[in-house]
Unconditional design. Structure first.
Ligand SMILES: *Cc1c(COP(=O)(O)O)cnc(C)c1O
Length: 351
């Protein structure tokens, strides 16, 4: 603390991201990055931007990227918002679209950035318990609120909510924005994007960090009714007019255009997830059904914190949350085949 801090900053409780340590030969399965590189076409498009033109500002409206996303989903560009990672898009949505005089509803076990944004923007958080199988029950979201947000698939559980259940939540909340955070949807779920023309209260957020292997480029997006997008644009243009740089923009456009590579890369991750799940089950883990690029697993005998510490001694990082209900679980990102095998080999020794 310092005398120069505003009273506001003294009360801030920031988000703690998964660590990015500088250890060589690290098997990094703690932050859900994609184990496979971006498409070669993405790299090529980004390289082409490294030129004298970097002296010029990028397009503040991100027209080429909005068009690429709109074409991918057969929507209008005006239904698309883009930002510097979906974390930034989420921040703008919290500020622009959730009513600040009523509680925001979200699951008790979900993305830990949501309570941080509530704190930052002065929004009351009302956390709704997942059921005993760690599932979202749509009936629990039929109560007075200033907005609803949940990841689908959920994080860190990996559990998918069926699109019919998402629709139930939309129907029971006609007067609030329902934000579906689809950071992991491409690994096996059905996106709610197809519902945006039907539900003016639906905002879908996605990111290029996971299924499109571009965590390092920081690009996220939101799709919804033009009125919701307009609100996000107002906040964005009151905050930072140029959130997406020239290099990231070109890479993101190419990532949406190279559908074949995207689909192959997602299929490899899904196959890896199924192999990893089987191997963990054989080692005595319970594994929640995952539709994401990670699994959430708990060992029948051994403490999760101890397993995580021992893995770390062997240069393997996984994520452990010291949080009620899930303290015996580990969130393990699906790696390459070799990384998954290394994890299983080391687990065999530890257990
Ligand atoms: C990774 C993740 C994000 C953030 O993605 P960025 O685009 O990298 O900021 C948002 N929501 C959830 C649930 C995530 O897991």
């Amino acid at each position: 603390m310092s005398k120069f801090w505003s009273p506001f900053v003294q009360d801030l409780v920031p988000y703690v991201p998964g660590e990015q340590p500088k250890i060589t030969n690290l098997v990094k399965l703690n932050t859900n990055e994609n184990p496979y590189p971006p498409s070669p076409k993405v790299i090529e498009a980004m390289r082409a931007q490294v030129s004298a033109d970097l002296r010029l500002y990028p397009d503040p409206n991100c027209d080429s990227l909005k068009k690429a996303v709109a074409d991918f989903y057969q929507l209008e560009s005006a239904q698309v918002f883009v930002g510097n990672g979906s974390d930034e898009v989420l921040a703008h949505a919290f500020y622009a679209l959730f009513q600040h005089n009523k509680p925001l509803l979200f699951p008790d076990i979900s993305y830990s950035f949501y309570p941080v944004y509530c704190n930052l923007y002065g929004i009351e958080a009302k956390q709704i318990a997942l059921d005993e199988d760690f599932q979202i029950n749509p009936a629990d979201y039929q109560q007075d609120n200033g907005g609803v947000i949940f990841p689908n698939p959920n994080a860190p559980t990996g559990c998918l909510l069926a699109l019919t259940a998402v629709e139930q939540i939309l129907q029971s909340n006609p007067n609030s924005v329902v934000l579906v955070d689809e950071a992991y949807i491409d690994f096996g779920g059905q996106t709610a994007v197809g519902l945006v023309n039907q539900y003016p209260n639906l905002l879908v957020c996605q990111t290029l960090s996971k299924s499109r292997s571009l965590a390092g480029a920081r690009v996220g997006l939101a799709i919804g009714h033009v009125d919701l997008i307009e609100a996000l644009e107002r906040v964005k243009n009151s905050f930072n007019s140029f959130p997406i740089d020239r290099v990231a923009m070109a890479g993101a456009v190419a990532a949406f255009e190279d559908k074949t590579y995207f689909e192959q890369s997602c299929a490899k991750v899904v196959a890896g997830r199924e192999q990893l799940t089987q191997a963990l089950l054989a080692l005595g883990f319970e594994v929640l059904p995952s539709a994401a690029n990670f699994v959430f697993a708990s060992h029948v005998e051994k403490e999760a914190a101890e397993i995580a510490a021992k893995l770390r001694e062997n240069a393997i990082l996984v994520r452990h949350f010291k949080q009620e209900r899930i303290e015996q679980f580990l969130r393990i990102t699906v790696g390459t085949e070799q990384e998954n095998q290394r994890l299983i080999d080391v687990l065999q020794q530890i257990l």
